[in-house]
Write a protein that binds this ligand. Structure first.
Ligand SMILES: [Zn+2]
Length: 380
């Protein structure tokens, strides 16, 4: 079992939920504390509220992994009589770090919106609004036959040669003869200074995502036997890169009427009630194709329409936006923003997996504080 610092934890997390997936101006990443210190006990939470901070202190937590960034708007003053400001002083006093993964978690593949789609048992799930792709590169590297396997292993282990989630270690090789004459201060692995050399070589071709180029090049330099490895990296545009974006659209296993669907939503997200917006005569519509976007995403309803959704599920729908949705003929269900609590068991599971596979000496818990500020009257 190995001790890990906050940096190591975050580095692993950002492989799955990278910061570049966040929407503009979203303050994702470290909010409070020092990543240099060891992480011993992680708590995952939807919100960082004063009660959550108290729970973290009582549970000896030293790293909070949150969905909602606690400092969303800049703090104007540190007046500790305000409980929402006081909690930052408490966090610092108890050396508790806070790290937020917000819209980057929403946009991540196998992230928040996929978890919500899974909870509703949607099939054929696709992205509602594709906003990002990663350009693909091709790397060709020339290695002596004796070391080709070693170089291939190193670059694929570093992330080259993945085609979608379904194929890894993809490469192509061609044999040939490499020629060179070491001169001057060269210190060649094969051959001697001043003598022309011919070596049986392999040209290894792989594709890789642009954001992996530096990691892969580092691995290449480590594994390649030559003093000056020969390679070329260039952008290719004929491949379909992996897509990322907001919201998901999918199909229900079976068509259902609106009332049955509302029950399905309440059961799937364990909520006590929902708000329903229907267009005129929309009550009898049957539901098969479902669009969703967790959080406050009412303004994206035209994307749901474009995708042919029978219903759009999102939280915090505003009165006037609801009028616009009705006029556009769209049925909308607002189960509240708090359905995003689904991230807690999922993030916990993710960290537990790393604890096991990477042999991290850490504990992980999910917050048990209910941070939903809303109750329905029948709950009183
Ligand atoms: Zn949210």
């Amino acid at each position: 079992m190995k001790n890990i610092s906050g940096y190591e934890f975050v580095q692993q997390f950002e492989k799955v939920v990278p910061l570049w997936l966040a929407e503009e101006k979203d303050p994702v990443g470290l909010h409070v504390g020092d990543l240099g210190q060891t992480v011993r006990k992680v708590m995952v939470t939807l919100d960082v509220r004063p009660e959550v901070v108290q729970e973290a202190i009582e549970q000896n937590v030293d790293f909070i992994l949150a969905h909602h960034p606690p400092i969303y708007r800049p703090l104007a003053r540190l007046d500790l009589s305000d409980p929402q400001t006081r909690m930052f002083a408490d966090l610092i006093k108890h050396d508790i770090r806070v790290y937020a993964a917000h819209t980057n978690l929403d946009n991540a593949n196998n992230g928040m919106n996929d978890w919500l789609a899974e909870a509703l048992s949607l099939t054929d799930v696709e992205i509602m609004d594709v906003s990002r792709t990663i350009p693909l590169k091709r790397l060709n590297v020339y290695a002596p036959k004796t070391h080709a396997q070693q170089v291939r292993d190193a670059i694929t282990k570093a992330g080259a040669g993945n085609i979608t989630d379904s194929y890894q270690d993809c490469s192509y090789s061609m044999s040939g003869i490499g020629r060179f004459t070491p001169v001057g201060s060269a210190n060649p692995t094969i051959g001697e200074v001043g003598a022309p050399e011919e070596v049986e070589e392999e040209r290894i071709e792989v594709i890789l995502e642009e954001n992996k180029v530096s990691t892969v090049m580092e691995a290449l330099y480590q594994a390649h036997p030559y003093e000056e490895p020969v390679f070329e990296v260039y952008t290719i545009d004929q491949m379909q890169p992996e897509k990322f974006g907001l919201g998901r659209v999918g199909n229900l296993p079976e068509e259902m009427d609106l009332v049955a669907f509302v029950h399905h939503v309440k059961r799937s997200f364990a909520v006590e009630g929902v708000r329903v917006v229907t267009p005129p005569n929309g009550l009898n519509n049957s539901i098969k194709r479902v669009a969703l976007c967790g959080g406050d995403a009412g303004k994206y309803y035209p994307k749901a329409l474009q995708k042919g959704a029978d219903v759009y599920i999102t939280g915090d729908v505003y009165y006037h936006t609801a009028h616009d949705m009705q006029a556009a003929g769209l049925t909308v269900i607002d189960p509240g923003h708090h359905i995003e609590k689904i991230c807690m068991p999922k993030l916990k599971e993710m960290v537990l997996e790393w604890k096991k596979t990477l042999e991290w000496d850490i504990e992980v818990i999910a917050s048990s504080v209910d941070t939903n500020p809303f109750l329905f009257d029948h709950q009183l």
